[in-house]
Design a protein around this ligand. Structure first.
Ligand SMILES: NC(=O)c1ccc[n+]([C@@H]2O[C@H](COP(=O)([O-])OP(=O)(O)OC[C@H]3O[C@@H](n4cnc5c(N)ncnc54)[C@H](OP(=O)(O)O)[C@@H]3O)[C@@H](O)[C@H]2O)c1
Length: 326
């Protein structure tokens, strides 16, 4: 079977496709033919040793996938060969086969295609945990989403709308903002061409957003926080911009506002029951058509470096997936 291998820390172009032996599931494991693997911004960072999670070299990157069970290891009774599954793993998804622990799997809901099934776990899981659990966004409140056309951003827009909130999307191009509108955004801000603070003020009649969802960081964080409403909640999701911003602590004081950290992977590890309940709610919303994952690009396994380069260059919207069998 073919797999992407990271042998040395470096940019996406240093990744290689290699022929590896077929996988054999160990006790408590399931082997899977991977039909689609979702790409996430952390994948770009992990291969460069720039992320908090540091796998041992060599390794195969990729953490979320959908596929078909090949075989089950000793002690596995929940799945059988031929079952369609979704898995969330620490590494190994950018490959034609993977052996994953049974705890990492859930059955693929009927009616989903493999690409969509591979694209929901991390982005929608993160945004559900952030918006529903950490920010407690209520119907009638307003949420501003930065980097809104990205993977977690688009998921946040859809979840905000599913909860009955008003959602303002902010992104760097008008094309990206069109995608946000198509996924439910009520208003938009182009932060490349508009002054962020003025635009937020105009879009909220001077009141400011109740919740701000920030996966970008960098130069946007302070002006966004200065615009937040009284009792606002500012969700710290990530730093796609590359710079971890610093914030004067008088700002939360003046607004009676909260800075709210979000770390979905750790939440899923520490609170697996709560995460499963969130996943069930998301799958229900998907079946009802309330959320519709948007996949802008699909790549063959050998094109994985291109997929990661396109994501790093801000060329993609929503999700991109690798299709390892082609
Ligand atoms: N806390 C958690 O549990 C958690 C979970 C998953 C992801 N994350 C983090 O969330 C962030 C977004 O992840 P994602 O998968 O949604 O990524 P993504 O699809 O690439 O979206 C990131 C967005 O950030 C914006 N951006 C601004 N400056 C950028 C730059 N210099 N390079 C790249 N993008 C830039 C881009 O939008 P514009 O071009 O419109 O500005 C892009 O659409 C990452 O930092 C990731 O590590 C955190």
């Amino acid at each position: 079977m073919k797999a992407i291998v990271c042998k040395t820390w470096g940019p996406p172009d240093s990744l290689r496709v290699e022929d590896l032996p077929d996988v054999v599931p160990g006790p408590g494991q399931v082997s899977i033919d991977v039909q689609a693997a979702g790409v996430n911004f952390p994948d770009v960072l992990i291969i460069q040793n720039k992320y908090q999670f540091k796998p041992e070299l060599p390794f195969t990157p990729g953490s979320e996938l959908a596929g078909v069970v090949r075989a089950v290891g000793e002690g596995v009774t929940q799945f059988k060969a031929g079952d369609k599954v979704i898995a969330f793993v620490s590494t190994g998804a950018f490959a034609q086969q993977i052996a994953a622990p049974v705890q990492a799997l859930m059955p693929m809901p009927p009616g989903l295609d493999f690409d969509t099934a591979a694209a929901v776990t991390l982005t929608y899981g993160t945004s559900h945990h952030a918006v529903v659990d950490r920010a407690q966004l209520k119907a009638g409140e307003t949420m501003l989403v930065l980097g809104a056309a990205g993977g977690v951003g688009l998921a946040a827009i859809e979840i905000g709308k599913a909860l009955g909130a008003r959602v303002i999307a902010a992104a760097s191009t008008d094309e990206k903002l069109e995608v946000c509108k198509a996924h439910g955004a009520d208003a938009t801000i182009n932060y490349s061409t508009q002054d962020l603070r003025e635009a937020i003020k105009a879009a909220t009649e001077g009141k400011g957003p109740d919740v701000i969802y920030d996966p970008v960081g960098g130069v946007y964080a302070e002006p966004a926080f200065r615009s937040i409403a009284w009792r606002g909640r500012y969700l710290v999701i990530g730093f796609a911009n590359g710079e971890i911003p610093k914030l004067p602590l008088n700002l939360p004081l003046l607004k009676g506002a909260s800075l709210v950290g979000v770390f979905w992977g750790e939440f899923a590890r520490r609170e697996p029951k709560a995460n499963l309940a969130a996943m069930r709610e998301l799958m229900g919303w998907m079946a009802e058509g309330k959320i519709r994952p948007h996949i802008s690009h699909r790549y063959a396994l050998a094109e994985t470096p291109q997929a990661l380069n396109d994501m790093a260059a801000r060329k993609v919207t929503g999700k991109v997936v690798i299709q390892p069998q082609r």
